[in-house]
Design a protein around this ligand. Structure first.
Ligand SMILES: Nc1ncnc2c1ncn2[C@@H]1O[C@H](COP(=O)(O)OP(=O)(O)O)[C@@H](O)[C@H]1O
Ligand SMILES: [Mg+2]
Length: 331
């Protein structure tokens, strides 16, 4: 057998859970748990883009925030750069915060409207005590603006003076200010006009190449992550149900949920016959998820076992994993 270089794991996530308490009544007694992330295991390799897709409410944003330690994990283990960060105290989180950043769906909501763009980007530098004197800080902000394709004049302007795409560039510049290695991109183009979505994706790809970044790229639409992803993970109700190299996933989706997500994508030619596997109903509540395989009430290929036994995520070769009782196929 050939010996190949093992790709380096930048992020290792093991049996991660994030539950939110559900409270009732005047005394806010905790009556139930909302299982937003419910036992998730995966790795992200240095330099790759892992696409994370699933319908709204499946737990993608919660997962993205929990791996950054913006949310405290309920259970499980997180390693970043070969260091266990699961219980890293707040005092030690500072350097981690520099290395791991997040870009949000709605840059406008996350940009302070009363601050100039220069101050928004410069603030991150100040917090991390980078470029302490004003003139070197300004120089750095100008470099960042140019890096994301904004003109130097942007520095003195306010967020409302920019278009959606430009605001997202500001959000990206702010994230890049502290020289991160890993960025969670949480639906960074979902709120943008279709005409400018590709520009932002291209920018993120160029930046990845130039700066050697690693991305977790979240989207609810499989088509959005098709070209940017090295691998894709599909999430359903708090679980990862399929992971595969991007090409393989689009060519031959294994999980019925992935198949349904892919066929729900509107075809570009309206005269072409639609062969859609429509998803029945909506994502059930993560407070009382279905027993067995959580997808079984909506699954077109449901079997008896699916109603009472949750399928584990198993390897099926070629770097692919799937959590479905149809696998491995019976001989
Ligand atoms: N801070 C929170 N407190 C309580 N419940 C939350 C919180 N954030 C998300 N949830 C719930 O967790 C589930 C997953 O949400 P989210 O991670 O935002 O999904 P997605 O990003 O895939 O749309 C949803 O049921 C949502 O209502
Ligand atoms: Mg989300």
């Amino acid at each position: 057998m050939e010996t190949s270089v093992q790709p380096d794991k930048l992020l290792e996530v093991k049996n991660l859970k994030k539950y939110f308490p559900v409270t009732k009544g005047t005394f806010r007694k905790v009556t139930q748990q909302l299982r937003a992330v419910d036992d998730v295991t995966f790795d992200i390799f240095r330099g790759e883009t892992l696409g994370l897709v699933g319908e709204s409410g499946c737990g993608k944003s919660t997962l993205g925030r929990t791996v950054l330690r913006l949310y405290e994990p309920t259970a499980g283990k997180l390693s970043y750069n070969h260091q266990d960060i699961t219980n890293l105290p707040m005092s030690q989180l500072r350097s981690l915060r520099r290395s791991m950043q997040i870009i949000f769906q709605d840059p406008y909501a996350s940009l302070n409207p009363r601050m100039t763009v220069g101050n928004i980007i410069g603030e991150a530098l100040q917090i991390h005590k980078l470029f302490p004197d004003k003139s070197s800080r300004e120089k750095r902000v100008l470099d960042l603006l140019s890096l994301v394709g904004l003109r130097p004049e942007a520095m003195q302007r306010y967020p409302h003076e920019f278009s959606g795409g430009q605001r997202q560039r500001i959000g990206i510049a702010r994230a890049l200010a502290v020289e991160p290695k890993f960025i969670v991109c949480d639906e960074p183009i979902s709120a943008l006009d279709v005409s400018i979505q590709a520009q932002i994706v291209n920018l993120l790809q160029d930046l990845q190449e130039q700066l050697g970044l690693t991305y977790l790229f979240i989207a609810h639409d499989l088509m959005v992550v098709k070209h940017i992803s090295t691998r894709v993970a599909v999430m359903y109700l708090g679980n990862i149900v399929e992971v595969a190299p991007a090409k393989a996933l689009y060519a031959d989706p294994k999980h019925p949920y992935t198949q349904a997500l892919l066929s729900a994508v509107p075809l570009p030619d309206p005269t072409r016959k639609h062969q859609r596997v429509m998803l029945k109903g909506e994502v059930p509540s993560p407070i009382n998820p279905p027993q067995g395989c959580k997808f079984h009430p909506r699954c077109p290929q449901v079997m008896e076992i699916c109603r009472h036994q949750a399928p584990p995520l198993i390897s099926i070769g070629e770097g692919r994993q799937v959590a479905c009782h149809l696998y491995p196929p019976k001989a």
